[in-house]
Design a protein around this ligand. Structure first.
Ligand code: DX5
Ligand code: ZN
Length: 228
């Protein structure tokens, strides 16, 4: 299972150094959480395309960057994130009116496209989209902030998606990636890997006051290695 840091708990004055530290530790995928002060229930504002552009410039072209859009009107603004240099745009099924159209439009710009669903959104709401998606993201917290508790009840949803995606790949379909986001730490990383997650977003479990990113990442890798 691949690990990608969410930078929400970083000291933004130190962001460049934090990113360098992550890359040094072997990370090659960064997850950028965009909130517009409207869409998430707690009305948080994080950052927008300008910061993402700086991150892209700092990291160069080889690091994969996704942006998780927790915003209204993603249909109207996604291009700003593409222009800022993201590889993959992930939008919420609950926030986009015509998601099939959204996929077509984003893909035409040569940017990968993902769909994310909230903990209380049923799996059935995204089923028909999976064959067209580069990535499907299951939220394991209610979006809005870092450092929340993991929701273990997402297990059935994740296992169900794993089965569907495996069948899709076996029959020659798109190799849609399965990601999880929220509350992942060294104590539950092995569990979600066993559920069949390809990529786990880790925020406060990596960027915190307890240890360096390298140290925290090693704790997670050790947990994953001890799994078998
Ligand atoms: C939640 C965000 C996350 C999250 C991750 O709204 O999408 O990416 O902050 O942080 P942790 O790992 O601390 O839950
Ligand atoms: Zn996120």
């Amino acid at each position: 299972m691949e690990i990608t840091p969410s930078i929400l708990t970083a000291d933004f004055c130190q962001l460049g150094n934090t990113l360098d530290e992550a890359i040094d530790a072997g990370i090659n995928w960064i997850h950028m959480d965009v909130m517009d002060g409207n869409w998430v229930v707690n009305r948080t504002i994080t950052f927008g395309p300008a910061i993402i552009r700086s991150v892209r410039d700092r990291l160069g072209p080889d690091v994969f960057i996704d942006c998780h859009l927790m915003i209204n009107n993603a249909e109207e603004t996604w291009e700003q994130y593409a222009d800022a240099g993201v590889n993959l745009i992930i939008a919420h099924i609950e926030a986009v009116q015509d998601f099939s159209q959204f996929i077509t439009t984003v893909r035409q710009a040569n940017v990968q496209v993902g769909c994310v669903l909230n903990p209380d959104t049923p799996a059935s709401d995204v089923l028909s989209l999976i064959p067209e998606l580069d990535l499907l993201l299951v939220m394991s917290v209610v979006p809005g902030k870092g450092g929340q508790s993991f929701m273990p009840e997402m297990e059935d949803k994740v296992r169900y998606f794993r089965e569907i995606i495996d069948k899709q790949i076996q029959s020659g379909g798109r190799p849609t990636k399965l990601m999880i986001d929220g509350g992942i730490k060294s104590h539950n990383a092995a569990k979600v890997a066993e559920w069949g997650i390809d990529i786990a977003v880790v925020g406060s479990g990596l960027i915190n006051n307890q240890g360096s990113i390298k140290y925290n990442l090693n704790l997670i890798y050790e947990a994953l290695n001890n799994q078998f």
